[in-house]
Write a protein that binds this ligand. Sequence first.
Ligand SMILES: NC(=O)c1ccc[n+]([C@@H]2O[C@H](COP(=O)([O-])OP(=O)(O)OC[C@H]3O[C@@H](n4cnc5c(N)ncnc54)[C@H](O)[C@@H]3O)[C@@H](O)[C@H]2O)c1
Length: 347
Amino acid sequence: MGYTYHLPKERDPLGCNYIEWETEVIDFMEYRKNMKILVATEKPFAKKALDGITEILQAAGYEVALLEKYTEKEQLIEAVKDVDGLIVRSDKVTAEVIEAAEQLKIVVRAGAGFDNVDLEAASARDIVVMNTPGQNSNAVAELALAMMIYMSRNRFTPGTGMELLGKTVGIHAYGNVGRLVARKAKALGMNVIAYDPFVTDNALFENDGVEQVGTIEELYAGSDFLSLHIPATDATRKSIGYKLMMSMPKGATLVNTARKEVIDEIGLEAAMTERTDLKYVTDIAPDDVATMTAMFGNRFFATPKKMGAETAEANINAGLAAARQIVGYFEKGECRFQVNKKPCGCK
Ligand SMILES: NC(=O)c1ccc[n+]([C@@H]2O[C@H](COP(=O)([O-])OP(=O)(O)OC[C@H]3O[C@@H](n4cnc5c(N)ncnc54)[C@H](O)[C@@H]3O)[C@@H](O)[C@H]2O)c1
């Protein structure tokens, strides 16, 4: 079947307004047969997830290529050369990778955070970048709660621990993961307070029985446990450090399942040195992990490798969603989960 495509030829420098177009008639079924989607995962998907991804993409008529457990960025650069779509996990899709991928039209990050993809480089080439929000949130939320219990019980070493019941947990950012942590914490009998200036629907907090606080300072000062769920952005990088940690109640624990970049490590170390009651547990090892392990003993723990989304369920959910989103984009122009600038024609 022939489809008439209006392809952008030249656009104004401000973005999505194309000033010149060219028309091309494409036999879409034929065109699709030649499309190649690469699944590039340094940390591979579970087999069930990969089987599902392959099935969805092949059923839609695409060729599927696989690059797993690669160790050098050159391998990724080589593999993307002739692909139309790319599915990654935490893999780094740098400007160099994007430049090498001459046919690339879409990158889907199977997961929530997308700071591993150079959005600017992708947008400059009109490549759509999406994430798969919510698909691994439950896995991360369960880990956050597990980390609270682990630290409260002295990392399962002998000694008197502390219960979560009746303690206050502060949720920093009320997105997909934060909300689930809040609901699970309520079920454990904790008081929950939260701060997210971008959530304007107060009913969301009210329905969860969560008290919304007005400032970040109020949040930290009132939290026995602080569960971090902010993304790493220019505004949040290194934003959690000495001052906020020092304001926390006696015996407080900072739980980080978000990103290491949001922590000011020097400030955190200074606060934990001065306040020997403070604890830090993280799913994303700090740059200074060896020093922190030596300095803080049982008050500090970092998972050896990021494991928040490492459940079979999350793997499958995120992988299948990524494959479906690629099909939805190519077939219907769907870009609901697009995270970079929208090119013209994107619904
Ligand atoms: N450990 C892991 O394996 C793992 C897995 C998934 C997600 N994550 C990380 O968890 C974090 C949250 O994921 P999510 O799925 O809940 O994301 P999300 O996009 O659903 O929610 C993010 C929330 O952050 C809020 N926010 C943004 N900037 C803020 C700021 N300056 N102050 C306060 N709130 C702010 C937004 O309003 C939004 O509600 C992300 O950083 C993500 O990268 C980690």
